[in-house]
Every structure is written in C-alpha cells, then in structure tokens.
Ligand binder design. Structure first.
Ligand code: PLP
Length: 380
C-alpha cells in the first residue's frame, strides 16, 4: 500500500468530479454548435462556470477557462504587459509558471525584479514598498497566495493593496489555496487570479484565469471566439465539469482539510524526535494545514525520495522540475538556506485522501531511509 503524500503536485480525482466528468462526456457535442447537442454542451460549460464562480468567489464573467494554471498565469502576465506594464515585480518564491514568463517579458522591453522573502518564507512587504515608486502605473506585481513547496501563506491581499495604491496591476497565483483555506478569489483585490483543477481534486489539464474589474485580457490563443474572444479553442467540456464539481466539494470540505494540520504537526514532531537536526522550512510562519518541507542537511533529497518510494511512500523533492530532475530548491534558497540544505529539501503534502495511517507509514519509512543513507554518507 502506498502512502501518497504529494497532494500539492496533484491530488487524486474526487468521486464528485469523476461523476460530473462521466455525465459531461456522455453529452457529446461542441459548445459552439447551435443544435441541441451543442446547446447541451454549452449549458454544461456555463453551469460549471456558475458553480466555479460560487465556489471560488469570482465573477462569472471574469472566468477564462484554460489548460491549467501555467497557461492562466502566462495569460495574466501577458495581459498586464499588453496593457502597458513595463516593470514586472515577482516574488522570489513564485512557481516556475510565473518565473519563466516573467523572464520572457524582458524580450518585449519590460524590466523584471524579484521581491525578496523573509527567513520564514514570507514575501517582504517592506521590500515591495521600497521597490514601488509613488506612481507605479507602469508596473505589474505578482505574489502567490501560498507557496507550493513550504505551504507558507503569503500576504497576497496586502501586496495587492499596496501595489494598487500606487497604480500597479496585480496577479495572484492562488493555485495552492483553493480548497485548502477559506479564502475567496475576490479577497485578494487582484486584477488576475490563477487557479488549477488538479490541485483541488479535479482533472489535470484544466484551470482558469479569473479577471476582476476592468482588467484587460489580451488573448494568447486566437482562432474561434470562445471564452468571449479571450482564449480560443473548443472548451474542454469534460475537464471543466470535473473542475467545477471538485472545487465545490473541496470548498465544502474545508473543515476536514483544516484537520490535516494535526496529522502534519504530529509527523513533524515525530521526525524532530528522531532527528533533532532536521530543518522544517517556514515552521514558524502561517502555513497551509497539509504541507511540510523538511531537510536533513547533507542527505540528498533525490536519494531520500527514491528510498521512500521503495518503501511505498510518495513525496516530492522540494524542487523537482517537470523533467523529474532534482535541483536545490530555489524557494528555500530565497529563504536563506545554503545549497546543501536546499538540495536536501523534501516536501510532504497531505490531502483529502490522507489519514494518520499515511503519516505513520511516512515516519517509519523516513526513519529507515535516513538511517540507511546516514550509514552510507558518514558525517564529514
Ligand atoms: N502555480 C503553483 C503554485 C503550482 O503549484 C503549480 C503546479 O505545480 C502551478 C502554478 C502550475 O499549475 P498547472 O499544473 O495547472 O499548470
């Protein structure tokens, strides 16, 4: 039996989402067709849009369905730059889905700067304040809602308020908070918010960009006029149905999610008892209930992840990239960790299928694996 503890990467599909997808798949039809099959598919997409707006606290008209948060973030950033942003300020701990497009905007003549974080992994608002001039109407500011590696909750609403008070556009990567904390998308006061289905129990490959107020959207994909001309391409009816169902259930089960903090805290206490020199990143900051980012400095994350996997425990290295290669975690380095410690960071993330049994399985496997690795890597 596997203890699946990698919910921040992808959380398993919820039964409600699967049911909604099966029902939507039976509809057939293209939402742009005018016949009855097309109208049924259109009806399904619009019902999902309404449900999602309700679950996430966003205006229905601002929802642009995409292929996931990566596309949503790219669309948001590109839209801000198309609307005149010439300086892009991104927090140092953003996901690559923000960091990489923020680099490409430089090809279009925009400048880029990183907002530092504190040792606890919290975006430094005083630093952001200093980086924003009194008139920052040529700037776009991007601060995530919670970090995917450490789970540290970020002052995204405060960052947006500060940025907006100087006239800047604002983007929030809220991928890791929906279904995990009671936040509503409108709480951020952002122009753009990105969300992804597979982080809350929907299918991978579908997400949304939420645009608020007068935030302009500059389409990246052109062709048919889908999504009010903001994102061309036949809608992923099945995925969108699963996304909305998962979001509705995830938000309804926030209390159960919050209770994961007890399991996570017990896991961290057990690990600390066993290895007092373990580093737990962001432990003194406010964190998502489900996430723990740990390092035994000098014990490579890659080795540990493989050893745990052999023992039936699935976790991630702090910064495994999509190719599966492990590099020192950029996030914990931004928090001041050295490259050895950053290369040892693993992420344990619980979710809606997790129980104490999984945590116990982890603790046993971790104790065995770290003892074995330590034997092979005697302390210098
Ligand atoms: N932003 C954060 C914080 C994430 O954790 C992820 C997923 O790893 C993404 C963006 C990208 O989301 P998607 O897989 O939907 O493209």
């Amino acid at each position: 039996m596997t203890a699946y503890l990698d919910h921040n990467a992808t959380t398993p599909l919820r039964p409600d989402a699967l049911d909604a997808m099966t029902e939507a798949a039976r509809l057939g039809g293209n939402p742009s067709s005018v016949h009855s099959a097309g109208r049924a598919a259109r009806g399904r997409v619009e019902a999902a849009r309404a449900d999602l707006a309700q679950a996430l606290g966003a205006p229905q008209s601002g929802i642009v369905f995409t292929s996931g948060a990566t596309e949503a973030l790219d669309l948001a950033l590109t839209s801000a730059v198309a609307a005149g942003a010439r300086r892009v300020l991104v927090s140092a701990i953003e996901h690559d889905a923000v960091i990489e497009p923020s680099r490409t905007v430089m090809d279009h003549g925009a400048e880029r700067a990183e907002i530092p974080v504190t040792a606890d992994g919290v975006v430094d608002l005083a630093a952001l304040d200093a980086m924003l001039s009194d008139d920052a109407s040529d700037a776009a500011v991007c601060v995530m809602a919670a970090n995917n590696e450490t789970g540290v909750i970020q002052p995204a609403a405060e960052a947006c308020a500060l940025a907006r008070s100087r006239g800047a556009r604002t983007l929030v990567d809220a991928v890791q908070v929906f279904g995990k904390s009671a936040v509503q998308a409108s709480d951020f006061g952002a122009d753009y918010v990105a969300v992804s289905a597979h982080k809350l129990g929907g299918p991978a490959g579908v997400g949304a960009m939420l645009a608020f107020g007068d935030a302009p959207v500059a389409a990246r994909l052109r062709g048919g006029g889908q999504e009010l001309g903001r994102r061309a391409g036949t809608e992923n009816v099945v995925g969108i149905a699963g996304f909305a169902a998962a979001a509705t259930t995830a938000v309804a089960q926030l209390e159960q999610f919050g209770a994961l903090a007890d399991i996570r805290d017990g896991l961290e206490a057990a690990v600390r008892d066993h290895q007092p020199d373990v580093v737990i990143f962001g432990a003194s900051a406010e964190r998502l209930a489900n996430t723990s980012c740990l390092a035994l400095p000098g014990v490579s994350a890659e080795t540990l992840v493989m050893a745990l996997d052999l023992d039936g425990v699935a976790v991630s290295a702090g910064a495994a990239c999509s190719s599966g290669r492990v590099r020192p975690s950029r996030v914990v380095m931004a928090m001041g960790a050295d490259s050895v410690t950053a290369g040892s960071a693993i992420r344990v993330s619980l979710g809606w299928t997790s129980s104490q049994v999984d945590a116990d399985h982890f603790i046993t496997a971790w104790s065995k694996a770290t003892a074995r690795v330590a034997q092979r890597q005697p302390a210098a």
